[in-house]
Design a binder for this molecule. Structure first.
Ligand SMILES: Nc1nc2c(ncn2[C@@H]2O[C@H](COP(=O)(O)OP(=O)(O)O)[C@@H](O)[C@H]2O)c(=O)[nH]1
Ligand SMILES: [Mg+2]
Length: 391
């Protein structure tokens, strides 16, 4: 009997609870329970623009429009792959970016050299201008010596003569005879490999991305290796560059082995029959041996599969002698084949082109002339000197 009673009590209780629930759900004027509400429709940009400001919240919870303050989420469609411009003629297009060096170095020197009387004081000023522009002590002395001799021969000088004289001397120091070819030609089936090294913040990842764009613009296929595994953000940054031009980005886990990423990127480049693999690295200057171990290993593992054709040292032009000393450490641990001099647009010290080549014994092959995606140019000594002297 007790058992029957218990069952009856339970049935009655269940029925009551169910009835109460149904009443709550369907009572007239009752609020629909949250699960019955239709899911929020994805915000359409048109809808958002047509909606008068401030009406969204007032309509309450039943509205399916997004709240007004929230910008419309971009559609989850991959952005179209861009077609970057080729690398040719870029330095000419970007020459105005050297305006700071032009006003500080070029114009100053032209003015000083055009003076009627060139006494020791003026020559000291000329020397100072060159040193201030980071030309370096030894090249400055050579230049001043040469200029003094030539000016003596000329006697009175026309502005054109002064300009030609200075142009000649600057060009000698920048050295148009250096081989600035970027070695990115494929080896049969194997891609060329470019390793990008340098101190943190100099612009390695940006330069890697810009270079990828420029190579794609020149009709090459590129694979990127995000071997800066120190910060996940570095790989994301490179991924964004790669996505824009349709270059595959090989990445590894945060804190993972950079050499293994470099190896995988090379393998992917071979697999895809890409023309060039560019490997971005971390720039931690922990210890010289640590750096040597890391970069050495990265280079060795790439060489199991391909040839490292270029080791580009990225140097920030605005950091002057201090940056140069740090760069020197890299030059001591890996065999640098070229310099990518970044942020030349932000400095009056364009003379660093001269001193860095001299101190590292490697030509400047690329110059960064802005933060825009196509603001990287193959370095052209004549265009550089002309830009500094102005037209
Ligand atoms: N103005 C200017 N900024 C640059 C240039 N190259 C890189 N940068 C900036 O330098 C900063 C550091 O660059 P990043 O590539 O992250 O340096 P990394 O740490 O060496 O990889 C970024 O804000 C870049 O936009 C350049 O040629 N000109
Ligand atoms: Mg980086």
């Amino acid at each position: 009997m007790d058992g029957y009673l218990g069952v009856i009590v339970i049935v009655v209780l269940v029925a009551l609870v169910a009835a109460g629930g149904l009443f709550l759900l369907f009572r007239p004027g009752g609020k629909a329970a949250p699960p019955v509400q239709p899911p929020e429709a994805p915000p359409l940009p048109e809808e958002k623009e047509e909606r008068p400001a401030g009406t969204g919240e007032a309509e309450g919870a039943t509205t399916t429009l997004p709240p007004p303050a929230k910008p419309a989420e971009p559609a989850v469609v991959a952005p179209p792959v861009e077609v970057p411009p080729p690398s040719e003629g870029r330095m000419v297009r970007l020459r105005s970016r050297l305006a700071k060096s032009q006003s500080a170095l070029g114009r100053g020197l032209l003015e000083l050299l055009s003076r009627d009387r060139l006494d020791d004081e003026v020559w000291d000023e000329i020397e100072e201008s060159l040193i201030t522009a980071d030309v370096g002590v030894a090249p400055t002395q050579v230049m001043v010596e040469e200029l003094r001799t030539k000016v003596k021969v000329l006697g009175s000088r026309t502005p054109q003569e002064v300009r030609a004289l200075l142009r000649e001397q600057l060009l000698i120091q920048v050295n148009p005879d250096l081989d600035r070819t970027l070695h990115v030609a494929k080896h049969g089936e194997r891609p060329a490999v470019v390793l990008v090294v340098g101190v943190n913040g100099t612009g390695k990842t940006t330069t890697t991305g810009k270079l990828a764009r420029s190579l794609v613009g020149d009709g090459k296929s590129v694979v990127l290796g995000a071997a800066d595994t120190f910060r996940a953000a570095a790989a994301d940054q490179l991924q964004t560059w790669g996505d824009r031009v349709g270059a595959d980005v090989v990445r590894g886990p945060e804190g993972g082995d950079p050499a293994s990423v470099a190896f995988d990127a090379t393998a992917r480049g071979i697999e895809e029959q890409a023309d060039v693999v560019i490997v971005d690295t971390a720039g931690r200057l922990h210890t010289k041996t640590g750096l040597m171990d890391e970069l050495g290993k990265v280079k060795r593992v790439i060489e199991k599969k391909a040839t490292v054709d270029e080791v580009l040292l990225v140097l920030d032009a605005t950091t002057g002698q201090n940056g140069m000393r740090q760069a020197q450490v890299f030059a001591e641990v890996v065999n640098i084949t070229g310099i990518a001099l970044t942020k030349l647009d932000g400095t009056a010290k364009g003379g660093i082109v001269i001193s860095v080549q001299r101190e590292l014994g490697v030509p400047v092959k690329l110059v960064g002339l802005g933060e825009g995606p196509d603001d990287l140019a193959p370095f052209d000594p004549e265009v550089f000197v002309d830009a500094i002297l102005g037209d």
